[in-house]
Ligand binder design. Structure first.
Ligand SMILES: [Zn+2]
Length: 98
């Protein structure tokens, strides 16, 4: 495949500043002041990616955080269990002398 220059589709995509209304999720111009669909004031508040994508990445990040947190909690629990188990055996060794 020979690439002779930017694809016309890519140019069109590049020149068109995609933005979405944060209120009604309709596609709008990123420099618009009021949303033509829901008439909300959205200057400087437009979303750079589709709201569904934003929602998904937010949810994905939260899920990742939850997984990391659970992983930390679990490894901490296992560590503490082993620590107290070892401490218990050590303590019993002192008391009983096994
Ligand atoms: Zn809107």
């Amino acid at each position: 495949m020979i690439v002779e220059g930017p694809d016309p589709f890519d140019i069109e995509k590049f020149n068109h500043n995609e933005a979405w209304c944060p209120f009604c999720a309709e596609e709008v111009y990123d420099d618009t002041t009021y949303c033509p669909y829901c008439k909300e004031y959205i200057e400087g508040k437009t979303l750079a990616s589709h709201p569904e994508v934003v929602k998904f990445s937010k949810r994905g990040r939260m899920f990742l955080m939850a997984v990391i947190l659970v992983g930390f909690a679990w490894s901490f629990f296992v560590f503490m269990a082993q620590f107290f188990d070892g401490l218990f055996h050590w303590f019993r060794g002192i008391l009983i002398g096994s």
